[in-house]
Write a protein of this length. Structure first.
Length: 295
Protein backbone atom coordinates (compact mmCIF):
# COMPACT_ATOMS: atom_id res chain seq x y z
CA UNK A 1 0.00 0.00 0.00
CA UNK A 2 2.96 2.35 0.43
CA UNK A 3 3.17 3.03 -3.30
CA UNK A 4 -0.51 4.02 -3.30
CA UNK A 5 -1.02 2.74 -6.84
CA UNK A 6 -2.63 -0.19 -8.59
CA UNK A 7 -2.02 1.09 -12.14
CA UNK A 8 0.07 3.63 -14.01
CA UNK A 9 -2.07 6.71 -14.59
CA UNK A 10 -2.35 8.68 -17.83
CA UNK A 11 -2.17 12.45 -18.27
CA UNK A 12 -3.68 13.79 -21.49
CA UNK A 13 -1.41 16.82 -21.57
CA UNK A 14 1.94 17.93 -20.18
CA UNK A 15 1.47 19.37 -16.67
CA UNK A 16 2.65 22.68 -15.27
CA UNK A 17 5.95 22.50 -13.37
CA UNK A 18 4.23 23.02 -10.01
CA UNK A 19 1.52 20.48 -10.76
CA UNK A 20 4.04 17.88 -11.87
CA UNK A 21 6.26 18.33 -8.84
CA UNK A 22 3.33 18.29 -6.41
CA UNK A 23 1.34 15.41 -7.92
CA UNK A 24 4.06 13.12 -9.28
CA UNK A 25 7.68 13.90 -8.33
CA UNK A 26 7.15 14.57 -4.64
CA UNK A 27 4.95 11.49 -4.01
CA UNK A 28 7.26 9.42 -6.28
CA UNK A 29 4.48 8.15 -8.58
CA UNK A 30 4.92 7.13 -12.23
CA UNK A 31 2.61 8.30 -15.00
CA UNK A 32 2.32 8.24 -18.79
CA UNK A 33 2.02 11.68 -20.38
CA UNK A 34 0.33 12.05 -23.74
CA UNK A 35 0.70 15.01 -26.12
CA UNK A 36 3.96 16.08 -24.48
CA UNK A 37 6.20 15.41 -27.49
CA UNK A 38 3.68 15.61 -30.34
CA UNK A 39 5.48 18.71 -31.66
CA UNK A 40 8.82 16.92 -32.03
CA UNK A 41 9.99 16.60 -35.66
CA UNK A 42 11.51 13.22 -34.74
CA UNK A 43 8.08 11.57 -34.61
CA UNK A 44 7.75 11.97 -38.37
CA UNK A 45 11.36 12.26 -39.50
CA UNK A 46 13.13 9.37 -37.76
CA UNK A 47 12.66 6.71 -40.39
CA UNK A 48 15.47 4.31 -41.34
CA UNK A 49 15.97 6.29 -44.55
CA UNK A 50 16.36 9.57 -42.65
CA UNK A 51 18.66 8.05 -40.02
CA UNK A 52 20.87 6.58 -42.75
CA UNK A 53 21.09 9.96 -44.43
CA UNK A 54 21.82 11.99 -41.29
CA UNK A 55 24.01 9.57 -39.30
CA UNK A 56 24.98 7.11 -42.04
CA UNK A 57 28.58 5.87 -41.95
CA UNK A 58 29.39 7.46 -38.59
CA UNK A 59 30.93 4.97 -36.14
CA UNK A 60 28.86 4.59 -32.96
CA UNK A 61 28.83 2.38 -29.87
CA UNK A 62 26.56 -0.67 -30.04
CA UNK A 63 25.96 -3.18 -27.24
CA UNK A 64 26.23 -6.74 -28.57
CA UNK A 65 25.23 -9.89 -26.67
CA UNK A 66 24.52 -13.51 -27.58
CA UNK A 67 21.17 -13.54 -25.76
CA UNK A 68 19.78 -10.00 -25.64
CA UNK A 69 20.64 -9.44 -21.98
CA UNK A 70 23.17 -6.67 -21.37
CA UNK A 71 24.09 -5.77 -17.79
CA UNK A 72 22.43 -8.86 -16.38
CA UNK A 73 23.14 -11.96 -14.32
CA UNK A 74 24.27 -14.93 -16.42
CA UNK A 75 26.21 -18.02 -15.33
CA UNK A 76 26.71 -16.56 -11.85
CA UNK A 77 28.32 -13.42 -13.26
CA UNK A 78 27.14 -9.85 -13.76
CA UNK A 79 27.82 -9.74 -17.48
CA UNK A 80 28.16 -6.53 -19.47
CA UNK A 81 27.84 -6.41 -23.26
CA UNK A 82 30.57 -6.16 -25.82
CA UNK A 83 30.73 -2.46 -26.73
CA UNK A 84 31.28 -2.71 -30.46
CA UNK A 85 32.28 0.28 -32.57
CA UNK A 86 30.56 0.03 -35.93
CA UNK A 87 29.12 2.24 -38.68
CA UNK A 88 25.56 3.20 -37.83
CA UNK A 89 24.37 2.09 -41.28
CA UNK A 90 25.71 -1.41 -40.62
CA UNK A 91 23.75 -1.49 -37.38
CA UNK A 92 20.60 -0.42 -39.25
CA UNK A 93 21.18 -3.25 -41.75
CA UNK A 94 20.90 -5.69 -38.84
CA UNK A 95 17.82 -4.03 -37.32
CA UNK A 96 16.11 -3.98 -40.72
CA UNK A 97 17.12 -7.63 -41.21
CA UNK A 98 19.03 -6.86 -44.39
CA UNK A 99 21.90 -8.67 -42.70
CA UNK A 100 21.39 -11.63 -40.39
CA UNK A 101 23.31 -12.19 -37.19
CA UNK A 102 22.95 -14.76 -34.40
CA UNK A 103 23.66 -12.01 -31.88
CA UNK A 104 21.52 -9.19 -30.49
CA UNK A 105 22.39 -5.54 -31.17
CA UNK A 106 21.23 -2.51 -29.19
CA UNK A 107 22.22 1.16 -29.21
CA UNK A 108 21.90 1.80 -25.48
CA UNK A 109 25.01 3.60 -24.29
CA UNK A 110 23.88 5.61 -21.27
CA UNK A 111 26.32 8.51 -21.02
CA UNK A 112 24.23 11.11 -22.86
CA UNK A 113 24.89 9.35 -26.13
CA UNK A 114 22.30 11.45 -27.95
CA UNK A 115 24.34 14.60 -27.43
CA UNK A 116 27.74 12.88 -27.55
CA UNK A 117 27.34 10.39 -30.41
CA UNK A 118 24.23 11.59 -32.25
CA UNK A 119 24.35 15.42 -32.08
CA UNK A 120 22.91 15.50 -35.61
CA UNK A 121 19.58 14.32 -34.15
CA UNK A 122 19.25 16.69 -31.19
CA UNK A 123 17.50 19.34 -33.29
CA UNK A 124 14.64 16.88 -33.93
CA UNK A 125 13.81 16.56 -30.21
CA UNK A 126 14.64 18.91 -27.31
CA UNK A 127 17.82 19.39 -25.26
CA UNK A 128 15.65 19.16 -22.13
CA UNK A 129 12.00 19.05 -21.09
CA UNK A 130 11.28 22.66 -20.03
CA UNK A 131 8.51 21.98 -17.51
CA UNK A 132 10.58 19.22 -15.87
CA UNK A 133 13.69 21.41 -15.75
CA UNK A 134 11.66 24.16 -14.10
CA UNK A 135 10.00 21.75 -11.67
CA UNK A 136 13.37 20.38 -10.51
CA UNK A 137 15.41 23.55 -10.92
CA UNK A 138 18.06 21.81 -13.03
CA UNK A 139 18.87 20.53 -16.49
CA UNK A 140 19.15 16.81 -17.27
CA UNK A 141 22.42 15.06 -16.49
CA UNK A 142 22.10 12.93 -19.63
CA UNK A 143 19.95 12.55 -22.73
CA UNK A 144 20.10 9.06 -24.21
CA UNK A 145 19.15 7.57 -27.59
CA UNK A 146 17.82 3.98 -27.73
CA UNK A 147 17.34 1.78 -30.78
CA UNK A 148 17.45 -2.00 -30.91
CA UNK A 149 16.03 -5.38 -31.65
CA UNK A 150 13.02 -6.90 -29.91
CA UNK A 151 15.27 -9.57 -28.36
CA UNK A 152 17.12 -6.89 -26.37
CA UNK A 153 15.84 -6.93 -22.78
CA UNK A 154 16.74 -4.67 -19.86
CA UNK A 155 16.98 -6.70 -16.65
CA UNK A 156 15.27 -5.60 -13.44
CA UNK A 157 17.14 -2.72 -11.76
CA UNK A 158 16.69 0.80 -10.38
CA UNK A 159 18.33 4.17 -11.08
CA UNK A 160 19.09 7.26 -9.03
CA UNK A 161 17.43 9.48 -11.62
CA UNK A 162 14.08 11.08 -12.35
CA UNK A 163 13.52 9.59 -15.78
CA UNK A 164 11.38 10.94 -18.63
CA UNK A 165 11.27 8.16 -21.22
CA UNK A 166 9.93 9.25 -24.63
CA UNK A 167 9.02 6.70 -27.32
CA UNK A 168 9.49 7.95 -30.87
CA UNK A 169 8.41 4.81 -32.74
CA UNK A 170 7.28 1.34 -31.72
CA UNK A 171 6.47 0.40 -28.12
CA UNK A 172 8.25 -0.13 -24.82
CA UNK A 173 6.87 -2.58 -22.27
CA UNK A 174 7.70 -1.78 -18.65
CA UNK A 175 7.31 -3.91 -15.55
CA UNK A 176 7.62 -1.65 -12.51
CA UNK A 177 8.08 -2.13 -8.77
CA UNK A 178 7.81 0.72 -6.27
CA UNK A 179 10.73 1.22 -3.86
CA UNK A 180 8.52 -0.19 -1.10
CA UNK A 181 8.83 -3.63 -2.75
CA UNK A 182 12.54 -3.73 -1.87
CA UNK A 183 12.11 -6.39 0.91
CA UNK A 184 10.71 -8.81 -1.68
CA UNK A 185 13.31 -8.24 -4.40
CA UNK A 186 16.52 -10.30 -4.10
CA UNK A 187 19.98 -8.85 -4.46
CA UNK A 188 23.20 -10.85 -4.61
CA UNK A 189 26.84 -9.95 -5.22
CA UNK A 190 28.32 -11.03 -8.54
CA UNK A 191 31.71 -11.06 -10.17
CA UNK A 192 31.59 -8.48 -12.99
CA UNK A 193 32.45 -9.76 -16.45
CA UNK A 194 32.17 -8.73 -20.09
CA UNK A 195 31.25 -10.54 -23.28
CA UNK A 196 34.21 -10.85 -25.67
CA UNK A 197 34.08 -12.21 -29.20
CA UNK A 198 36.44 -15.07 -29.99
CA UNK A 199 38.16 -15.52 -33.33
CA UNK A 200 35.48 -17.98 -34.44
CA UNK A 201 32.75 -15.41 -33.72
CA UNK A 202 31.46 -17.07 -30.55
CA UNK A 203 31.19 -15.21 -27.26
CA UNK A 204 33.20 -15.88 -24.15
CA UNK A 205 32.69 -14.34 -20.72
CA UNK A 206 35.82 -12.64 -19.38
CA UNK A 207 36.00 -11.59 -15.72
CA UNK A 208 36.81 -7.99 -14.81
CA UNK A 209 39.22 -8.97 -12.07
CA UNK A 210 40.30 -5.51 -10.94
CA UNK A 211 36.80 -4.40 -9.90
CA UNK A 212 34.61 -5.11 -6.86
CA UNK A 213 31.63 -7.42 -6.97
CA UNK A 214 28.38 -5.90 -8.22
CA UNK A 215 25.06 -6.10 -6.36
CA UNK A 216 22.38 -7.09 -8.86
CA UNK A 217 18.94 -8.69 -9.04
CA UNK A 218 19.10 -12.30 -10.26
CA UNK A 219 15.33 -12.72 -10.59
CA UNK A 220 13.42 -12.63 -13.89
CA UNK A 221 10.11 -10.91 -13.01
CA UNK A 222 8.44 -12.39 -16.10
CA UNK A 223 9.20 -15.92 -14.92
CA UNK A 224 10.17 -15.70 -11.24
CA UNK A 225 11.58 -18.73 -9.47
CA UNK A 226 9.36 -18.60 -6.39
CA UNK A 227 10.94 -21.72 -4.93
CA UNK A 228 14.26 -19.92 -4.80
CA UNK A 229 12.82 -16.47 -4.04
CA UNK A 230 9.46 -17.06 -2.29
CA UNK A 231 9.29 -13.51 -0.91
CA UNK A 232 8.82 -12.15 -4.42
CA UNK A 233 5.25 -13.48 -4.37
CA UNK A 234 4.42 -10.60 -2.03
CA UNK A 235 5.64 -7.95 -4.48
CA UNK A 236 3.12 -5.95 -6.47
CA UNK A 237 4.41 -5.16 -9.96
CA UNK A 238 2.73 -2.71 -12.29
CA UNK A 239 2.86 -3.19 -16.05
CA UNK A 240 2.41 -0.59 -18.75
CA UNK A 241 3.10 -0.08 -22.44
CA UNK A 242 4.45 3.24 -23.67
CA UNK A 243 3.50 3.85 -27.29
CA UNK A 244 4.93 6.14 -29.94
CA UNK A 245 4.35 9.77 -28.99
CA UNK A 246 3.98 8.99 -25.28
CA UNK A 247 6.27 9.80 -22.37
CA UNK A 248 6.71 7.73 -19.21
CA UNK A 249 7.69 9.46 -16.01
CA UNK A 250 9.69 6.81 -14.17
CA UNK A 251 10.48 8.10 -10.67
CA UNK A 252 13.85 7.61 -9.03
CA UNK A 253 14.44 4.33 -7.20
CA UNK A 254 11.57 2.50 -8.93
CA UNK A 255 12.64 -0.95 -10.12
CA UNK A 256 12.01 -1.55 -13.81
CA UNK A 257 12.33 -4.32 -16.38
CA UNK A 258 11.99 -3.30 -20.04
CA UNK A 259 11.12 -5.02 -23.32
CA UNK A 260 10.45 -3.45 -26.70
CA UNK A 261 9.00 -3.94 -30.14
CA UNK A 262 11.53 -4.57 -32.91
CA UNK A 263 13.29 -1.40 -34.05
CA UNK A 264 11.74 0.72 -31.32
CA UNK A 265 13.31 4.19 -31.03
CA UNK A 266 13.27 6.19 -27.81
CA UNK A 267 14.93 9.16 -26.12
CA UNK A 268 15.14 9.55 -22.37
CA UNK A 269 16.11 12.39 -20.06
CA UNK A 270 17.87 11.62 -16.77
CA UNK A 271 17.56 14.26 -14.08
CA UNK A 272 19.58 13.64 -10.93
CA UNK A 273 17.31 12.82 -7.98
CA UNK A 274 17.16 14.84 -4.78
CA UNK A 275 18.79 12.93 -1.94
CA UNK A 276 15.97 13.85 0.41
CA UNK A 277 13.57 12.00 2.69
CA UNK A 278 12.59 9.56 -0.07
CA UNK A 279 16.20 8.51 -0.47
CA UNK A 280 16.66 8.20 3.29
CA UNK A 281 13.53 6.07 3.49
CA UNK A 282 14.79 3.74 0.78
CA UNK A 283 18.21 3.44 2.40
CA UNK A 284 16.54 2.53 5.70
CA UNK A 285 14.33 -0.06 4.01
CA UNK A 286 17.32 -1.49 2.14
CA UNK A 287 19.42 -1.84 5.28
CA UNK A 288 16.59 -3.30 7.33
CA UNK A 289 16.06 -5.87 4.59
CA UNK A 290 19.74 -6.85 4.66
CA UNK A 291 19.97 -6.80 8.46
CA UNK A 292 16.89 -8.93 9.10
CA UNK A 293 17.98 -11.44 6.48
CA UNK A 294 14.64 -11.39 4.66
CA UNK A 295 16.55 -12.27 1.49
Amino acid sequence: ELSGMDAVHYLDRPPSPLEFYREWVSPNRPCIIQNAISHWPALKKWTPVYLRKVVGPKVVSVAVTPNGYADAVFQDRFVMPEERQMPFMDFLDIVEKKVTSPNVFYVQKQCSNLTEEFPELVCDVQPDIPWMSEALGKKPDAVNFWLGESAAVTSLHKDHYENLYCVISGEKHFLLHPPSDRPFIPYELYQPATYHVSEDGSFEIVDEKSTDKVPWIPLDPLNPNLEQYPEYAQAKPLQCTVKAGEMLYLPSLWFHHVQQSHGCIAVNYWYDMEYDLKYSYFQLLDRLTKTTGVL
